[in-house]
Design a protein around this ligand. Structure first.
Ligand code: ZN
Length: 556
């Protein structure tokens, strides 16, 4: 760029800033514009990890895995919204454009998907997985035509579109996203060539194949077989939360990961207690089948790249995969704890919230170890409970449809507390104090319900808040607007809520799930006021990453 050109751009920037003053970007008093405020909801974190223990081949693999991951960003944009470039280039305010990037679209994911770009309407419940004008009734009618048609339209790995006659048709992801899948395949195969770990090599090859034929089962099985790898990548269409119409469609995402081998050993120990904990669940035997995936494993990782679904809005800090129930029955599942991302959220969000909302004498019990355990046991707890309804008619997920995700999250939270309580009582956690877990859990609820009711985690946390409040598991001090856990009542309420959720799941009781999970957001006036205080305190709601090879390896 020439000097004079740069001068012209600088001048333009000054002019734009001046115009911005009048249009409210930055007022004379120095107040932030609404968009700048929105952006400040996300605290920027550099996503780094220690690469020094990696072998030369592993170091060469990292940029290839990151390039493959980036393709998931492109696909997720299409699934969540549509044409990314058209949207971004139509936005002139740089803060708004950045906010759209963080949200992968013009709807604020931390504010119930409220549109923030002028002229944009509400987000379709089915995102861009279905035609925007399609109704549930039209979809069900099309599905009733034949079983084959229904299975294609309802498929995890198809987009629903209209053909030339306006009839609903299913387009496989491998076809719809052929260009992006093609690049990802090439990068995964190049990484496979470099892989020293045979399990990882096989997985990368099979995952590349899956992107071409929409059959992810062989690669899911290979992923579970792989135990000795240091590098890992979770990539492809995975979670169904983005499809709020039916929870049928998997959204694309990727995580590039480096395993923490020390932590992994410590974590493996807890999974040995799963059968015992399953037997001890506070429900009749019919609701706690013995055939749980006992060989599932649990690992801690530093994540070095997020893309797509998991990078949109609130960042995922714990994963439980694969979702395929047949694969789970065969080989269990793997739970991944994303340590560096977790610590970032704890420091930047949870501690400041606790300082406002937790009773002063209980604040000392807000600890990262407890936070880490609560999330860890949440993930383990997904494996407890019941997968099929007790009438034998099918899966819990099918019976509870759009409610299944939020209820499963609530189950995992409360059974996580159940586990930590039981393990502590039997001396398995050493000198840990379960009271730290309860207080940190309560602070965590406040963090989660700030997401609003659009998110499965937000809805499930609000339901838990209401339940525990009714049971007196915590109380609110009027004078200070802070909350204090009643430890004995909390313990009893954990068992009561576990029983309630497991019963709804085992019965496949859709109406009871709807009754339990609030749709309308926060209605409790005191809580609304407290959340407003948190909002006014400029505490970030979530984090956003600076990431990629330039951040990981700044010297190169
Ligand atoms: Zn979960």
């Amino acid at each position: 760029m020439t000097t004079s050109k740069r001068g012209a751009i600088l001048l333009a920037a000054v002019l734009l800033a001046a115009i911005g003053c009048r249009s409210g970007q930055k007022s004379a008093k120095g107040e932030e514009s609404p968009m700048a405020k929105k952006l400040a909801e996300y605290s920027t974190v550099r996503l780094t990890a220690d690469l020094s223990k990696l072998t030369p081949s592993q170091k060469e693999m990292l940029p290839l895995l990151i390039d493959a991951a980036k393709q998931m960003d492109d696909v997720f944009w299409i699934e969540a919204y549509g044409d990314r470039d058209a949207l971004l280039s139509s936005i002139s305010d740089p803060d708004m454009r950045r906010f759209a990037e963080i949200n992968y679209g013009p709807w604020d994911r931390l504010d119930g998907d409220a549109p923030f770009v002028p002229g944009v309407g509400p987000k379709p419940l089915g995102a861009n997985f279905y035609p925007a004008d399609m109704t549930k009734e039209e979809f069900e009618k099309a599905c009733s035509e034949s079983e084959d048609r229904a299975s294609r339209l309802r498929g995890l790995y198809t987009l629903v579109r209209r053909d030339d006659d306006g009839k609903l048709t299913a387009e496989p992801y491998s076809v719809a996203f052929a260009p992006q899948h093609g690049v990802a395949q090439e990068k995964l195969l190049a990484a496979a060539q470099l892989a020293e770990d045979p399990g990882l090599k096989r997985y990368l090859e099979l995952r590349a194949e899956a992107l071409g034929n929409d059959d992810y089962t062989p690669s899911d099985l290979a992923w579970l077989d792989m135990k000795t790898n240091t590098l890992d990548i979770v990539i492809g269409p995975i979670e169904t939360y983005e499809d709020r119409l039916f929870n049928y469609k998997a959204a694309h995402e990727a995580y590039v990961l480096i395993k923490d081998l020390d932590w992994s050993g410590r974590l493996a120990r807890y999974t040995e207690f799963l059968p015992e904990l399953q037997r001890g669940l506070p429900v009749p035997d019919a609701y706690k089948p013995a055939d749980i995936g006992t060989d599932s494993d649990l690992n801690a990782y530093d994540v070095v790249y997020y893309a797509g679904d998991c990078n949109a809005g609130a960042k995922t800090i714990a994963i439980n995969l694969p979702n395929d129930e047949e694969v789970q029955k065969q080989k269990g599942s793997r739970r991944l704890q994303l340590e560096n991302a977790m610590r970032a959220k704890f420091d930047r969000i949870l501690v400041p919230i606790a300082n406002l909302l937790i009773a002063e004498d209980q604040r000392g019990q807000i600890k990262f170890d407890a936070f880490f355990e609560n999330i860890m046991f949440h993930e383990v707890a997904h494996g407890l409970g019941i997968k099929n309804t007790i009438d034998g008619k099918g899966t819990v997920r099918a019976a509870l449809k759009d409610q299944s995700g939020a209820l499963e999250e609530a189950k995992a939270d409360v059974l996580g507390l159940y586990m930590v309580t039981r393990l502590q009582e039997s001396g398995e956690l050493g000198k840990e104090d379960v009271r730290d877990n309860y207080v940190t859990y309560l602070a965590g609820i406040f963090r989660s319900i700030r997401f609003g009711a659009s998110d499965a985690h937000g809805r499930s946390n609000l339901a838990q808040f209401d339940f525990f409040k009714e049971r007196g598991a915590f109380s609110r001090d009027e004078a200070t607007g802070t909350y204090r856990v009643d430890f004995d009542r909390m313990r009893d309420a954990v068992d009561a809520l576990a029983a309630k959720i497991l019963t709804i799941q085992g019965d496949g009781d859709y109406d009871a799930a709807v009754a339990f999970l609030p749709e309308g957001g926060v209605t409790d006036a005191a809580l609304s006021g407290d959340l407003a205080r948190v909002a006014g305190a400029d505490i970030p709601k979530d984090i956003v990453f600076e990431q990629g090879m330039a951040v990981l390896n700044p010297g190169s």
